[in-house]
Design a protein around this ligand. Structure first.
Ligand code: FDA
Length: 304
């Protein structure tokens, strides 16, 4: 089921067709508050009184034309200004392919640098770089290495399922990186990725503990797996590392009760709020993470 769904996420015909289906539009509401920037900002306000910050992602991936990357960058600049104007504890997370990586690496680097500079200037925190499929891992890590010295508020996502991640952590160590650790959402071959749940979980815990021990600028635990978060917290306690050294990051609409509970228990917490019209591949990857979600979509077909 997971592999079929991940194939569906990449399929161009379905990408055009599905967003027009009324029941799909209704079902996607579970994972995103709406398609507009205002709806995303309003959603972040609802977490504020629980002490939970936000990270915003404007959905979209590979582009056909560089002018589209300019429009995406303009959108994120406006978003940064609106976050600060509304006094929201919010940051942004961007996909490099959405900033034109496939078309012009240097233009993509310029956009990313300009967003980081603007966020720093106005006090909008870290600009996170999402990690996409493995075809982009090396370029993403290399771009991070290139830009981090000039833009200390850049953060990068690393995927625990990739066998190369331990080496990437060592490689980035001297930069005092900000890292969001996730399990990984794409369909990667066994040659380069751990495929069993136990191996991915073990890698998530051990890599996170290494990052904490080596003193990164920030560590985001991007997972809904509370068991793993608690294992890492125990290791941190034993090593005398304070809870301020890391934070829990979860996706909007998934295990929100747990995010609130952890925030109340003294963990730093953020919710990642995705929004925008181009939600199809992102949404289908969320279904692949938990095939029971497909039943939820099918239930939208029922009239009650
Ligand atoms: P796991 O899949 O084991 O889930 C643990 C529990 O959480 C499940 O038992 C279930 O209860 C619940 N759960 C998880 N996913 C659910 C879902 N979709 N619907 C309902 N319940 C669900 N990936 C990537 O490759 N690049 C990236 O840049 C990012 N960025 C990112 C940011 C943030 C803040 C998060 C939380 C995640 C990502 N991811 C990502 C996605 C990540 O790689 C992974 O696919 C998902 O987080 C699901 O894995 P979990 O760690 O939650 O564990």
């Amino acid at each position: 089921m997971r592999r079929v769904l991940l194939w569906m996420a990449r399929n161009r015909m379905l990408r055009d067709l599905v967003p027009r289906l009324w029941f799909a539009k209704r079902a996607v509401g579970r994972f995103m508050p709406g398609e507009s920037m205002d709806e995303a900002l309003d959603a972040a306000e609802r977490y504020r009184h629980d002490g939970i910050g936000a990270i915003f992602t404007h959905l979209g991936e590979n582009l056909a034309d560089l002018s589209e990357a300019d429009a995406v960058a303009t959108h994120y600049h406006e978003l940064l200004d609106r976050i600060v104007a509304r006094g929201i504890d919010g940051e942004i997370s961007v996909k490099l392919t959405q900033l034109g990586l496939d078309l012009d690496r240097e233009a993509c680097a310029r956009h990313l640098g300009a967003l980081a500079a603007r966020a720093r200037e106005i006090g909008a925190g870290t600009v996170w770089i999402d990690m996409e499929g493995s075809a982009y891992t090396e370029t993403t890590v290399a771009l991070y290495e290139q830009l981090k010295p000039e833009h200390p508020n850049l953060g990068i996502c690393l995927q625990a399922y990739l066998k190369r991640t331990a080496a990437d952590i060592t490689r980035l160590g001297p930069l005092r990186p900000s890292i969001r650790m996730v399990k990984g959402a794409y369909d990667e071959p066994a040659r380069i990725a751990y495929r069993s749940r136990s191996e991915v979980d073990a890698s998530f815990v051990s890599q996170s503990v290494v990052i904490l021990r080596d003193g990164a600028e920030r560590l985001g635990l991007g997972t809904h797996d509370v068991r793993l978060i608690e294992q890492i917290a125990t290791s941190a306690d034993v090593a005398g590392i304070s809870r301020d050294a890391y934070e829990v990051q979860m996706l909007y609409g998934i295990r929100t009760d747990q995010l609130r509970r952890l925030s109340k228990a003294g963990y730093r917490a953020r919710v990642l709020i995705a929004y925008g019209e181009f939600w199809y591949p992102w949404y289908v990857r969320r279904l692949a993470e938990r095939p029971a979600n497909v039943l939820f979509v099918l239930r939208q077909l029922l009239p009650w």
